[in-house]
Design a protein around this ligand. Structure first.
Ligand SMILES: Cc1cc2nc3c(=O)[nH]c(=O)nc-3n(C[C@H](O)[C@H](O)[C@H](O)COP(=O)(O)OP(=O)(O)OC[C@H]3O[C@@H](n4cnc5c(N)ncnc54)[C@H](O)[C@@H]3O)c2cc1C
Ligand code: FES
Length: 258
């Protein structure tokens, strides 16, 4: 699968919640090749910010040749992207990374667990998985985003830290409170959430795939800025490392140390 680096057109942008934006980019080659769990690198127009910013694919519209990115303003790069409007150009490279495994899941029940800004990458997965989808979405407070779009793909359970919507607590509290069961887990979110899900999956004896959003530099496997500790040695560097950008961002939970 060939990745491309192109100047693409912004097809539209809207603000979903305080500091959270949704941008559609018209880019047929990326849209035609991309799969859930992959990401793109977005380049700033400011020469002082050379490194691209990795953002996961939230939706892939292959018919119209568009990709959707949902991101939180974290610093100068994402702040700049939030000002893009339909018709503006943006430099983008992708699709990058491996994506979620989706084979052999017919007739199974899956938990799609997203925490905070780890929620967006689960949406395209929810739409494409060939099995029962139970989306468990964790937010800080009642400022929800994307939850209605998940409802079109399966059942949705919400957890908020302050209890202002859904279960008060974290995603595991929502799973327990609703008596949910699954045969497989897919997750993206903060490390403590991923750690807890890894332990839950181990205890339940079910596979768990997690998407890691480490800090990155090159985004294409060349610089080792994004390595995480792995159980097995890496075929590239022959040490206990995995490059999140190239070997991931999706890993079987037991493969990586969190
Ligand atoms: C594979 C991958 C997929 C991602 N997908 C999304 C997504 O779909 N939506 C989204 O909002 N964000 C996503 N991120 C995080 C996003 O890349 C960073 O928020 C962004 O690069 C920050 O750039 P900036 O210039 O705005 O901020 P910077 O000025 O670079 O950083 C601002 C602050 O954010 C912290 N930060 C930067 N990058 C990360 C990171 N990767 N993880 C945690 N903290 C970070 C910095 O330490 C700093 O404190 C993803 C990251 C990876 C690696
Ligand atoms: S960011 Fe350079 S190897 Fe992953």
């Amino acid at each position: 699968m060939a990745q491309v680096k192109v100047t693409a057109a912004v097809a539209g942008q809207e603000r979903l919640a305080e500091g959270i934006y949704s941008m559609w980019i018209k880019e047929e080659t990326i849209a035609s090749q991309a799969r859930p769990g992959q990401f793109v690198s977005l380049y700033s127009k400011d020469g002082a910010r050379l490194l691209p910013r990795p953002i996961s694919l939230c939706e892939i519209d292959r018919e119209q040749g568009k990709i959707r990115l949902v991101y939180r303003i974290a610093g100068a790069g994402t702040e700049e992207f939030s000002h893009c409007q339909a018709g503006d150009s943006i430099e983008v490279m992708g699709p990058l990374g491996n994506g979620f495994p989706m084979d052999g899941l017919e007739g199974k029940r899956a938990f799609l667990v997203g925490g905070g800004i780890g929620i967006p990458p689960m949406l395209e997965l929810a739409k494409e998985l060939p099995c029962e989808v139970q989306a468990v979405l964790g937010y800080r407070d009642g400022t929800l985003f994307l939850e209605k779009e998940f409802q079109a793909a399966g059942s949705v359970y919400i957890a908020t830290e302050d209890g202002s919507a859904g279960t008060k607590g974290n995603v595991l509290d929502a799973i327990r409170e609703n008596g949910l069961k699954a045969d497989i887990i897919f997750a993206c979110g903060p490390t403590p959430m991923l750690k807890a899900l890894k332990a839950y999956a181990l205890e339940a004896g079910i596979p768990c795939y997690i998407s890691l959003e480490e800090r990155m530099a090159c985004g294409i496997g060349a610089c080792l800025a994004c390595v995480c500790q792995s159980k097995e040695t890496d075929s590239h560097s022959h040490v206990h490392n995995k490059r999140v950008c190239k070997d991931g961002p999706v890993f079987a939970a037991e493969e990586v140390e969190l």
